[in-house]
Ligand binder design. Structure first.
Ligand SMILES: Nc1ncnc2c1ncn2[C@@H]1O[C@H](COP(=O)(O)OP(=O)(O)OP(=O)(O)O)[C@@H](O)[C@H]1O
Ligand SMILES: [Mg+2]
Length: 242
């Protein structure tokens, strides 16, 4: 059974269709990258996966259950299908450790000792164990994004969602975040990624989904999609300078 199965997803904003009949599946341990021009619906698609955006119709099966059915526990979904935001969304008034323990306490109801142990373990994984008591304002962009990744990992997510995790960073900070993501990939963390880092996507992804005007234009392994690009994918690559 696929860990995530998206079927005939549609989403509009104010009568304008943004996603049309989007379908794809994700297997455990995969890294799926969504590519597409600005406005093609990448973020909307990603946000639909954990209902930060609510689709108009279609089905999203996670662990075999349709998450769009009435009564499905959206908080559970968001803890398991966990978003790492472009702008980090750290709490400025809390230190790194508190940022990493808060949702564990509130959503997973872990005790303080366990939550802190988990947080320290995940901070070590992203190379920031010594920053446990730093406040976000004192961190670089790359460090903030690594804290945000550690915070997500603390929730024992089944799937991590990344929406342009490096696009708010100075060029010098990009590599450290990509390195952490490559480490996660090696560990077998399942992820869905939106990025404009095409070479990185090509290297890290097991599947690439190319959205064009809200529709799936190409879906396959990096090898497949780069070997037989559609005209739309070819012009996207040309625009991105690849
Ligand atoms: N909350 C919203 N309200 C109204 N329209 C929206 C909303 N979010 C997205 N849209 C519209 O939906 C379309 C797709 O937006 P989306 O953010 O998914 O694109 P994207 O592929 O992520 O683009 P980018 O590469 O610029 O981030 C755009 O036309 C956008 O204006
Ligand atoms: Mg976007």
């Amino acid at each position: 059974m696929s860990i995530l199965s998206v079927e005939h997803l549609r989403k509009s904003f104010d009568g304008e269709m943004v996603l049309q009949d989007v379908s794809f599946t994700l297997e455990q341990g995969e890294c799926l990258t969504i590519l597409g021009n600005s406005g093609s619906g990448k973020s909307t698609c990603l946000r639909c996966l954990n209902q930060l955006a609510l689709p108009d119709s279609g089905a999203i099966y996670f662990e075999g259950k349709n998450t769009l059915e009435k009564g499905y526990d959206v908080n559970y979904l968001r803890s398991k299908v966990n978003m790492v935001f472009q702008s980090f969304n750290l709490f400025a008034n809390m230190d790194v450790l508190k940022n990493c323990t808060l949702a564990q306490r509130k959503v997973l109801h872990r005790g303080a000792v366990e939550a802190e142990a988990v947080a320290r373990r995940e901070l070590a994984k992203v190379g920031l164990q010594e920053k446990a008591h730093a406040f976000p304002a004192s961190l670089s962009g790359g460090q903030k994004q690594r804290v945000a990744i550690a915070r997500s990992l603390c929730m024992d997510p089944s799937i991590l969602l990344f929406d342009e995790p490096t696009s708010a960073l100075d060029p010098a900070m990009v590599a450290e975040v990509l390195r952490v993501m490559e480490g996660l990939r090696k560990e077998g963390v399942t992820m869905v990624l939106v990025t404009h880092q095409i070479e990185f996507a090509r290297r890290i992804s097991s599947k690439i989904l190319f959205l064009h005007q809200g529709k799936v234009n190409l879906f396959g392994t990096p090898k497949e999609v780069f070997a037989s690009p559609t005209p739309e994918f070819a012009s996207f690559l040309a625009l991105e300078g690849k």
